[in-house]
Design a protein around this ligand. Structure first.
Ligand code: NDP
Length: 327
């Protein structure tokens, strides 16, 4: 028997989450059985644990959109018992049972071998949010980061914290946008050279173009924030759009694209091909300073998850929550 967080739906359509004991024969079909050591809390997990079930496709459900652990059994020649693996994406934790479980059975195609230099806890301190931050930085690099500070929005959150630390370690000046002034020292400790109050961006003139300010941007917020930022980018600079913590709308004009050649790059971590996933994890192991990663971590257990899920939806979580499945 092993422990998992199970989300159920009753006859009135109300969902509830509780820690339960399951047996291996209850796990779904898959090629590889993983002894999960760590998982994390992402924005999507908040939706899936919370009332209404968010993105959950079928019940009962085990949420957790990422996991890292050790292969226990494998029908696939690419993996053998004892291998350390990490999993993000592929709608795990939404359409398929996820990482909030001491055991998981998954498709071998979804896994990536843990890169040298990262243990399973560090891999989940990074987690889906950090993996996505790395994809965003790689996309900016592919299109050329211009001189001047790189803006990171939603900076105190998961994606923002990791993006700040990576960009700073790569030698860029980082301007961190936050709605929580009390996180300024934390953001500076991750390498931010400038703290920008959320209102400073949101309450600008709303003209389609403003002074050219940013050499690149990782945007975790969307909505008004993204619309304002587009008009502040330097000529030819790129915005990697990652999230919608501040809204799914985009009240922008085409002017920044036409008159400043701004690139808007969409980042999707869910359906990344294997080679890209391996490349991103190797870059994380190489370019993300582990002391800064440690500063982001807030430890948690399975029973903490319902509260933490509510917190992340309210934008109250700082950095990365790492769930220890054996605590
Ligand atoms: P977090 O909740 O950890 O961080 C989001 C941050 O955004 C908050 O900490 C806050 O930062 C800021 N924020 C929250 N609400 C608002 C608001 N109303 N207006 C302006 N800023 C706001 O989430 P993550 O970092 O894990 O994820 C960020 C976004 O990225 C989410 O929408 C998530 O779904 C998405 N995502 C997308 C992925 C992809 O593949 N494209 C993968 C992973 C995440 P502060 O307090 O510093 O202002």
């Amino acid at each position: 028997m092993f422990k998992a967080l199970v989300v159920e739906k009753n006859e009135e359509g109300k969902t509830s989450a509780s820690v339960q004991e399951l047996s291996l024969d209850q796990l779904p079909a898959g090629d590889v059985t993983v002894a999960v050591e760590y998982s994390t809390v992402n924005y999507k997990d908040g939706l899936c644990i919370g009332p209404g079930g968010g993105l959950v496709r079928n019940y009962p459900h085990v949420p957790g959109i990422d996991m890292a652990g050790t292969v226990e059994a494998s029908d696939d020649p690419r993996y053998k018992a004892g291998d350390k693996v990490v999993l993000t994406g592929w709608r795990v934790g939404e359409a398929y049972w996820g990482g909030y479980s001491q055991k998981a059975r998954v498709k071998a195609d979804w896994l990536v071998p843990l890169p040298d230099g990262l243990d399973t806890r560090q891999a989940m301190a990074v987690g889906t949010a950090g993996f996505t931050a790395m994809l965003a930085v790689m996309a900016l690099e592919d299109h050329g980061i211009k001189d001047g500070p790189v803006l990171v929005t939603g900076a105190a959150g998961g994606v923002g914290s990791v993006a700040t630390a990576i960009l700073s370690a790569l030698g860029h000046e980082v301007a961190a946008v936050t709605g929580r002034p009390e996180t300024a020292d934390y953001l500076k400790s991750l390498g931010a050279t400038q703290i920008v109050a959320r209102e400073e961006i949101n309450e600008t003139t709303k003209r389609p173009l403003e002074a050219e300010a940013w050499g690149g941007c990782v945007d975790a917020v969307g909505g008004d924030m993204l619309a304002r930022v587009l008009g502040q980018m330097k000529y030819g600079a790129s915005v990697a759009a990652v999230g919608l913590a501040g809204g799914a709308g985009l009240p922008a004009t085409v002017i920044p694209f036409l008159l400043r050649g701004v690139n808007l790059l969409g980042i999707d971590s869910v359906m990344q091909p294997y080679d890209n996933r391996v490349r991103a994890w190797q870059r994380i192991a190489k370019d993300l300073p582990m002391d800064k990663l440690e500063a982001m971590v807030q430890p948690a257990t399975l029973s903490d998850l319902p509260d933490l899920g509510r917190g992340i939806l309210k934008g109250q979580v700082k950095g990365r929550i790492v769930v220890d499945l054996n605590a």
